[in-house]
Design a protein around this ligand. Structure first.
Ligand code: SF4
Length: 317
């Protein structure tokens, strides 16, 4: 999987801390009770850290949608300067924390990643955008996977986010352990089927980059490959693409199956294709044969184990 700890930033109210404007919290039990066993949280409440206290007057984004202000609803106090000072200090500290992802509270004028209402000075909703802190974070760390807790209740989005987090951690390890052309080839090789489940075209573009690795300075190559990697993984892995990958993998041991085993395995893949079973079903059978026939090239593929099986993410996609 990955040897390094997975460190995720998180809007603090999602952990159950009573830091919201009304003195409450928004604990998310999947995060605290399930995902929390596999990651180290770095909790942040931008509003509390900006010195705004709890409870506090509710705020919203007001003004120019490209650079809205954070203003209290009733008293119209502008807290933007306090928030900007907090952001500058915190973003600096994040660069040293080696984060592999961030989970934000949706809808918040500080933490929401998207679709946060922006109001006119007259109090009318005019646009939607990102919370001030979340916007600054994503601009400063464009490769780090981010998600809102609300979207994580959707099984495919949840699986995708956690897959990106673990992949990004492996990429961080690749960079931090001394980025060589050989190490990059190995990384690209073991991610082949995972990438193909998202985009064949992007996988091929990344392959061209790896093949031309000597043309680039290591630092430039790291940036280019990292950008392509995270962009590819953010693309939707559809059932059709997974079926395609499963057939590719089957090709490595198909000839060693009996006629009956082959029919059975194809039937299981077809059931998944038709929505009768989740991905975990054909994958478990594939893994069984990869183990039995000792297909080392496939055994090493991240696609088979992209995140801890205990999270059961592929039982629902
Ligand atoms: S949404 Fe963000 S700013 Fe609001 S309480 Fe939660 S962590 Fe604090």
């Amino acid at each position: 999987m990955t040897g390094s700890p997975i460190r995720l930033g998180i809007s603090r109210c999602l952990l159950g801390d009573e830091v919201r404007f009304d003195g409450g919290h928004k604990q998310d039990h999947f995060l605290t009770d399930v995902l929390g066993r596999y990651v180290e949280w770095i909790p942040v409440c931008p509003e509390v850290e900006a010195g705004l206290g709890t409870p506090r007057e509710a705020m919203r984004l007001v003004g120019n949608p490209r650079g809205p202000r954070l203003v209290t609803i009733k008293s119209k106090h502008d807290h933007t300067p306090a928030m900007e000072a907090m952001i500058e200090e915190r973003l600096d500290s994040f660069s040293k924390l080696d984060l592999s992802g961030f989970i934000f509270k949706r809808g918040s004028p500080s933490c929401g990643v998207e679709r946060v209402r922006v109001y006119t000075a007259q109090g009318m909703p005019s646009h939607s955008g990102a919370g001030i802190f979340a916007k600054a974070f994503t601009e400063q760390f464009p490769l780090i996977p981010v998600e809102e807790e609300g979207r994580l209740s959707d099984a495919p989005l949840r699986e995708n986010f956690i897959e990106r987090v673990f992949c990004y951690r492996r990429f961080q390890d690749l960079v931090q352990n001394g980025f060589t052309r050989q190490a990059l080839i190995r990384f690209h090789t073991i991610h082949k089927y995972l990438l193909l489940a998202h985009s064949q075209q992007h996988y091929e573009t990344m392959g061209q980059l790896v093949a031309q690795a000597e043309r680039y300075r290591p630092q430039d190559l790291t940036v280019k490959y990292g950008e392509l990697l995270m962009k590819t993984l953010a693309m939707k892995a559809t059932v059709r693409k997974h079926v395609n990958v499963l057939h590719h993998i089957l090709g490595y041991f198909k000839k060693r199956l009996t006629a009956q085993e082959k029919v059975e395995l194809l039937g299981v893949i077809d059931d998944y294709h038709r929505g009768l079973t989740p991905l975990i079903v054909p994958l478990t059978l594939m893994k069984h044969y990869v183990h039995v026939f000792d297909v080392s090239y496939i055994r090493d593929q991240v696609y088979l184990n992209p995140h801890p099986k205990e999270l059961m993410l592929r039982n629902h996609v």
